[in-house]
Design a protein around this ligand. Structure first.
Ligand code: FES
Length: 169
């Protein structure tokens, strides 16, 4: 009897171990940064390997930058004019600081939204406010698209167009 229990105990342990490995692998994939180069106020991010609905966090001028290949399933966010087109795909790229008091919101891929733990503010996958207190959308930094890369800190006709339309501050 105790042999059977040992067997089930070991089998259960091995199964749990595999599950933990799977979770670690999924988490690692999320943590893997995109290839990027930083130089004197500019950050160049290669978006060619970005996966849909996975949030990547980069740094630009000491601030966290959110990079999200917006999931097509999230129709409303996917059609948002603030998204940046890179290599035929649509990306949401913004400074990852809540526009209320500057906390870093977390992305919930299953809900396609950012939730700020500080005071409960929420943003959709295109950075638009879903729930107050944030007074305005997440801020898009100056950007320039170069092939499948985006350069942060450099302006471009696309960025100026968003600015003229009042879609970036
Ligand atoms: Fe994000 Fe207040 S800082 S809701």
């Amino acid at each position: 009897m105790s042999d059977r229990r040992d067997f089930f105990g070991k089998a259960l342990g091995a199964f749990a171990g595999l599950g933990a490995l799977g979770a670690l692998y999924a988490a690692k994939r999320t943590w893997d940064p995109l290839p990027s180069v930083k130089a004197a106020g500019y950050t160049t991010i290669d978006l060619s390997q970005a996966q849909e609905n996975v949030l990547y966090t980069e740094m630009w001028r000491g601030k966290p930058i959110f990079v999200l290949k917006v999931p097509k399933k999230d129709k409303k966010a996917y059609d948002d004019p603030r998204l940046i087109k890179v290599g035929g795909e649509k990306f949401f790229i913004a400074i990852g600081l809540c526009t209320h008091l500057g906390c870093i919101p977390a992305y919930y891929p299953d809900q396609y939204k950012f939730i700020c733990a500080c005071h409960g503010g929420q943003f959709n996958a295109a950075g638009e406010v879903l729930k107050a207190p944030p007074p305005s959308p997440l801020v898009i930094p100056p950007f320039k698209v170069e092939g499948k890369k985006v350069v942060l800190g450099e302006t471009s006709p696309e960025y100026e167009k968003l600015k003229e339309a009042g879609l970036v501050s």
